[in-house]
Design a protein around this ligand. Structure first.
Ligand code: GDP
Length: 449
């Protein structure tokens, strides 16, 4: 059992510009007392109270706004939570935080409210991560997936798997406890069936999690091509109604651009390399270094060529300077050449028209495939690399368990591998179980002897 958290923390939760509303959140045992000191109010749970917040030093009015009270344990953090909604002026919000710290609160570290929610058992680790992923989601589908993870969709899958795993472990460990029957136990085909089921379940979870990671991280694309080849037109066509959001890469000349597109829910990060040239300016050099770092991380290089002009030596030179990544060539402006649009990718080349949209669906399909996303991802949840690594390590442990059990008949080794597989899975949700498996075995496994 963790120590109860005695500090009350406070921080600006949102500040939506000077015109909007700003929220300061307080959480901990002294939240009520602190807000009482500053406003004179003793708030009723889940009621909006219109009050004035006063400075302690001279009782002058700092701001007027709304106080909300969410009593623990049924609050976000599991503790008493107070939300102060004042005007969105950052200066006033900072001053409100200062008044609260003077009245006894501590300034919260980044993520501390969610950390407390985790420590107080309000959510598991994967859900806590989903909070951050929801805030940062780069597409509507990613946001939707993060919200599903937050409600526990991913955690429930992991928990269900762990439960099945525990079942198998119980079976094997029970066999080990009765050595005279061990051989019979271990050669039982039900054991192999269970192991096969677990592997299938894990494979499905792995592919879903892989998609979740893709949704979170998106696809990194480098777009190259001569000026006027139609790169921006193509990006806008791909982005559809959401339009490409184009920004400069900090420190570079105006023509090194980054675009974010929402490709039917998949966030695609695009780097346009047009301005990547040498420079003596240190700020420019730093910007270019960053752009190169992103290029190194890219998943695909997309070369856009004006079909009326064809390949040029310049294109080849640019390609030669880029890292060895999967490539796709797009011959654009086929509305001018009269060529047919490609219905599928042949020889890593696609013919299309950014103007008429002909052939763009094929490119879109290709990009989603490259990202490892099926055409329609059912009920996606968001996931992180950490989760994927845990699942992969668990998968290896299951393989080892199968080898130990089936090839060697070594129950001890198999049990050890399965224990590791479980630990890896539990690291995902952060559910720390100090091997309480024995209790589970003898509590629920009725051996009948
Ligand atoms: P970028 O410099 O590579 O980003 O090229 P732009 O997207 O700015 O396009 C350059 C010019 O080509 C613009 O006038 C576009 O309208 C035009 N353009 C782009 N794609 C097509 C296309 O598929 N067909 C035709 N006819 N014109 C296009």
């Amino acid at each position: 059992m963790t120590e109860p958290l005695t500090e009350t923390i406070c921080a600006v939760a949102t500040a939506s510009g000077r015109a909007g509303v700003g929220v300061v959140r307080l959480s901990g045992p002294r939240a009520l007392e602190i807000i009482h000191r500053l406003t004179g109010i003793r708030p009723v749970p889940r009621h909006a109270h219109y009050v004035t917040l006063k400075r302690a030093v001279d009782a002058s009015v700092l701001d007027d706004g709304i106080v909300l009270y969410f009593p623990g344990p049924h609050s976000y953090t599991g503790e008493d939570v107070i939300e102060w909604q004042g005007h969105g002026n950052p200066v006033l919000l900072d001053e409100a935080v200062s008044e609260m710290t003077r009245a006894g609160a501590t300034t919260a570290r980044p993520g501390e409210f969610t950390e407390r929610a985790f420590l107080n058992g309000r959510m598991d680790l994967a859900q806590a991560e989903a909070v951050a992923d929801l805030i940062e989601a780069g597409s509507s589908q990613a946001a939707n997936a993060a919200r599903r993870s937050l409600t526990g969709a991913f955690s429930r899958r992991v928990d269900a798997f762990v439960e099945h795993l525990i079942h198998l472990r119980m079976y094997i460990e029970a066999a080990l406890d009765f050595p005279e029957e061990e051989i019979d136990f271990l050669s039982d085909t039900r054991l192999r069936d269970q192991l096969a089921d677990l592997r299938a379940e894990l494979d499905d979870l792995l592919s879903r999690t892989g998609e979740g990671v893709r949704l979170r991280e998106g696809l990194q694309l480098v777009i190259v091509g001569r000026p006027n080849a139609g790169k921006s037109s193509l990006l806008n066509e791909l982005a559809g109604e959401s339009r490409a959001i184009v920004t400069e890469i900090a420190g570079t000349t105006r023509d090194v651009l980054r675009a974010e597109i929402d490709l039917d829910g998949l966030p695609v990060h695009v780097i346009d390399t047009a301005g990547l040239r040498e420079s003596d300016d240190p700020i420019e050099q730093e910007g270019i270094r960053r752009a190169w770092a992103e290029i190194e991380r890219s998943d695909l290089i997309l070369l856009v060529i004006d079909a009326t002009q064809g390949h040029s030596a310049e294109d080849e030179a640019t390609l030669a300077s880029l890292p060895d990544k999967p490539r796709l060539t797009v011959l654009n402006k086929i509305d001018l050449t009269g060529e047919p649009a490609s219905s599928r990718v042949e020889a890593d080349t696609l013919r299309l028209s950014a103007r008429t949209g002909a052939g763009v669906a094929t490119l879109r399909h290709e990009l989603r495939q490259l990202a490892g996303l099926s055409e329609r991802t059912e009920d996606p949840f968001i996931a992180r690399r950490r989760h994927l690594e845990a699942l992969e390590s668990s998968r290896q442990d299951l393989e080892e368990a199968a080898r130990s059990l089936i090839d060697l008949g070594a129950g001890e080794l198999a049990a050890e591998s399965l224990r590791r597989a479980q630990a890896a899975m539990e690291a995902i949700t952060g559910r720390y179980t100090a091997d309480d498996l024995l209790g589970e075995i003898f509590g629920s496994f009725c051996i009948g002897k």
